[in-house]
Design a protein around this ligand. Structure first.
Ligand code: DCP
Ligand code: MG
Ligand code: MN
Length: 345
């Protein structure tokens, strides 16, 4: 469902084959498959950054992250244009499991279980072959499988947003609402619509209570059609909704929609997080960590104390040093400002 990669590199043919193989291992459950996915992803990253077309085994082997077995695979791709291993790994379990994992709400474990119960196709799942049971979310995911796996043109995301915005502003004319994600990055197609909602607090009113009322109105307007995930606790400060929506035309497709409702003072960090892309976010978080900060969708935190034995564990959360604007966060991290469309890997 990800936007196809535009950027080409010197070893694109090799990367594509290794990615195909990696995807096959991703579908499997074994400990060794997990390890292979990790090692192929490292190798693919190294190949992306390698500036020359690889010509020999020794050259491939000299790249950090490329082991002996991978170097042999690289040579096979160079010499034959193919990788036989892909064929061996493409067993029917992998195909069925990949298919089932394409259903919203279905992970690897469930997909595997359905396979074990004899399901091979979506129709098998629809027929509940093997006596399998589906959660409500999986049922919705199955019913709208094709719609959900289709990316929408940017114009459709915009037109749905233009239906939502007036309804939101009618609820509270002071609220701030905008589209984030791939749309804000200027992509031609969007996998879903990511909406952020917040509200200035200068008159003493906050964003609290906005989301449930907005959801009720969007349901009443028949724009929201199915809920996939509601916040566990509507009194939390930061709320995230996932669902399906559609335009009013009878033949309109269901589209995935995410709505994030955040406190006004966290809006900059939320905008930054929700604009992405995910790889850019990872780079920003890493940069923050290196400088002794910690970055999440709520803000940039300073004075974080980490457990020296396990750097992932924070002994002290620290305190927010920036969260109101994206600009401040870039500035403190010493990262030159990047427009949303530039925020890609
Ligand atoms: N995000 C992230 N890490 C994740 C998931 C999301 O940092 N694991 C952030 C960055 C994403 C943004 O949230 O850009 C929106 O998430 P989406 O999954 O909707 O991704 P995009 O909007 O970027 O792409 P798509 O067009 O496929 O929806
Ligand atoms: Mg998105
Ligand atoms: Mn999303």
């Amino acid at each position: 469902r990800k936007e196809p990669e535009q950027r080409k590199c010197m070893n694109q043919d090799i990367i594509e084959k290794l990615e195909e193989l990696m995807e096959l291992h991703k579908a499997k459950l074994g400990e060794d498959d997990r390890w292979r996915v990790y090692s192929y992803s490292k190798c693919i990253r190294a190949l992306r950054n390698y500036p020359k077309k690889i010509k020999s085994f020794n050259e491939a082997r000299s790249i950090t992250g490329v082991g002996e077995k991978t170097a042999r695979k690289i040579m096979e791709i160079i010499e034959t244009g193919d990788l036989r291993r892909i064929g061996y790994e493409k067993t029917d379990d992998v195909e069925a499991i990949n298919l089932f994992q394409g259903i919203y709400g279905v992970g690897r474990q469930i997909a595997y279980m359905w396979y074990t119960n004899g399901c091979r196709t979506l129709d098998d799942v629809r027929a509940r072959k093997g006596g399998i049971k589906l959660s409500h979310v999986q049922e919705v995911g199955l019913q709208f499988h094709d719609d959900i796996n289709d990316r929408m043109p940017r114009s459709e995301a915009e037109s749905i947003f233009n239906l939502i915005r007036p309804i939101a502003l009618e609820l509270d004319e002071h609220l701030y609402i905008d589209i984030m994600g791939s749309f804000r990055r200027g992509k031609a197609t969007c996998g879903d619509i990511d909406i952020i909602v917040t509200r200035p607090t200068s008159d003493g009113i906050t964003h609290a209570g906005l989301l449930p009322e907005l959801l009720a109105r969007l349901h009443a307007a028949k724009i929201l059609t199915e809920d996939l995930a509601l916040p566990d606790d509507f009194s939390a400060l930061e709320l995230c909704y996932r669902g399906l929506c559609k335009r009013p035309e009878p033949d309109a497709k269901r589209r995935r929609i995410d709505i994030l409702c955040v406190p006004w003072e966290n809006r900059g960090a939320a905008l930054l997080y929700y604009t992405g892309d995910d790889i850019f976010n990872r780079a920003m978080r890493m940069k923050a960590n290196v400088l002794g900060y910690s970055l999440n969708q709520r803000g940039l935190y300073g004075g974080v104390v980490r457990d020296p034995w396990n750097r992932r564990v924070k002994i002290s959360e620290g305190n927010i040093v920036a969260s109101e604007t994206e600009e401040e966060i870039f500035k403190i991290l010493g990262v030159p400002w990047q427009e949303p469309h530039e925020r890609v890997r």
